[in-house]
Design a protein around this ligand. Structure first.
Ligand code: AMP
Ligand code: MG
Length: 472
């Protein structure tokens, strides 16, 4: 017996050219690895009453009642190179529900089998990236960052072939929507202005109900992405694959492929094994944000003004708004990290100076900021003289309550790469204990896990992970 979810599928009611309808390809032996019951409850979903039943649903073997599965089409710039048609090559949107707060949320299976957009791919995912996305997306949520969520992870009992044969898995992803910059680019590149208008109106209704025009939408996405990327920077988060198909209109972080949290602070840090030129390095992320938003702006031009030169002028002005919005958001984020109640230019300068000291000393990003609250940061610097001079000015600027505010803004636990790797290796061997232990600590990242202090520590030299791999 399968279940029904309270679906109301607005995307499936868009014109046929927006997607291809098809169902998941069944898997041999689904086995539940993880299910997010709090999220299921928030979504108003009643799950089957046993793990086998849940695994049937979230592997795609048993479609919940009301689902109208489809693969969405989109295009995108990948590492700057244009692809006129990407689309969901291994993901299927099951449908949309309205959560307990009244927000519409997509439920999507990732790794559900081939689609017309699979190109050379097999439509599947292996366990490693499924575990990574589950842990990291849930951690980002707990850290207060807008993000897609993880509802379930199911092992398929099948082998997928990458560099080696690996265990297959399916992730169930929940998102405010899966509309990407690349979705707009797809229709714009085809010169399909009618579809572009339909998509714009649809996206306005879903993500910017107070707006009416393409320009309103563009401005609100620019503001949301400026805030989002500033939050990434405040956590040392490196997305790793900021292609335009991986940038959402909702302002949520999406697509946790080769992402990683930086340990020793170095602005040029790159983990992704395919990012050979460091395009998506930590320090480049804000600039890539503008680049991607400029692609969105250019896709929207025909809707902004009938006179192309005028449209370019208006769109350019909107995109120019990104930098001040980003800088203001950065000052807020790093001001909070320094425990400053009302951050200003002096706060921003202090934050920049601390980052310079950290870069010179190579201190751990997370521990340094966390250590500001407990007075433990100093010990991280081999030569503390520079830090001491900085700290004296910081304390004078931030005031006596700074330390308490710091503790609330700087996490104790982040998904450190070697711990995520450890959870993956164990899961491959059939042991979900490290995944569960890490996930528990990450659910309350501002509280030090008394029973697992090792999760707060950076990797020792022999544990360090230097490269991460795409979800493919
Ligand atoms: P990503 O790097 O995950 O953002 O994926 C980029 C594009 O490649 C998207 O169109 C994906 O659907 C597609 N893709 C990634 N992995 C696979 C796969 N194993 N099979 C089919 N398509 C895939
Ligand atoms: Mg993607």
């Amino acid at each position: 017996m399968t279940v029904a979810f309270p679906f109301d599928n607005t995307y499936a009611r868009l014109p046929e050219g927006f997607f291809t309808r098809l169902g998941p390809t069944p898997v041999r032996a689904p086995r539940l690895l993880a299910v997010n019951r709090r999220l299921a409850d928030e979504l108003g979903l009643t799950l089957p009453d046993n793990d086998a039943g849940i695994a049937e649903v979230f592997s795609g073997n048993a479609l919940p009642g009301g689902a109208e599965p489809l693969a969405q089409v989109y295009a995108g710039h990948q590492f700057g190179g244009w692809s006129p048609r990407l689309g969901d090559g291994r993901a299927l949107l099951l449908g949309e529900v309205t959560d307990r707060h009244g927000h519409r949320r997509d439920i999507q299976l990732k790794g559900a089998g081939p689609t017309p957009y699979s190109r050379m791919g097999d439509g599947r995912a292996w366990l490693g990236p499924v575990i990574r996305e589950y842990l990291v997306s849930e951690a980002m949520h707990a850290l207060g960052v807008p993000t897609t969520r993880a509802l379930a992870a199911v092992a398929t009992g099948e082998t997928v072939l990458r560099d080696a044969p690996l265990p297959g898995a399916v992730l169930t992803r929940v998102a405010a929507s899966h509309i990407r910059v690349g979705t707009f680019q797809y229709f714009a590149a085809r010169g399909d202005t009618a579809a572009l208008r339909t998509l714009t109106d649809y996206t306005l209704a879903r993500h910017c109900p107070e707006g009416e025009t393409a320009l309103d939408l563009l401005r609100s996405v620019i503001a949301a992405q400026a805030r989002l990327i500033a939050q990434w920077m405040g956590l040392g988060f490196i997305h790793g694959v900021m292609n335009t198909d991986n940038m959402t209109l909702s302002g949520e972080t999406i697509d946790y492929g080769p992402c990683a949290f930086m340990e020793a602070y170095a602005p040029g840090t790159v983990y992704s094994s395919i990012d050979h030129y460091g395009r998506y390095a930590y320090a480049n992320q804000p600039q890539i944000g503008i680049w991607n938003l400029a692609q969105l702006a250019s896709a929207l031009l025909p809707l902004i003004d009938a006179d192309e030169a005028r449209a370019v002028e208006i769109a350019t002005e909107a995109v120019d708004g990104y930098r001040p919005a980003y800088e203001a958001a950065w000052t807020q984020v790093f001001g909070a990290k320094l425990g400053v109640a009302a951050p200003d230019e002096t706060t921003a300068a202090l934050a920049t100076e601390l980052l310079e000291l950290m870069a010179a000393a190579g201190t751990d990003f997370t521990l340094t900021f966390r250590g500001l609250a407990q007075g433990e940061a100093r010990a991280l610097f081999a030569d503390p003289a520079g830090f001491d001079a900085w700290a004296a000015r910081w304390q004078a600027h931030a005031g006596p309550e700074a330390a308490a505010r710091c503790a609330a803004a700087n996490p104790a636990v982040i998904p450190r790469n070697h711990r995520v790797e450890e959870a993956i290796q164990a899961a491959v061997a059939g042991d979900m204990t490290p995944f569960e232990r890490l996930g528990r600590a990450l659910a309350t990242p501002f509280t030090e896990p008394a029973d697992a202090p090792e999760l707060m520590r950076p990797a020792a030299a022999h544990e360090a992970v230097h490269a991460t791999f795409c979800g493919t």
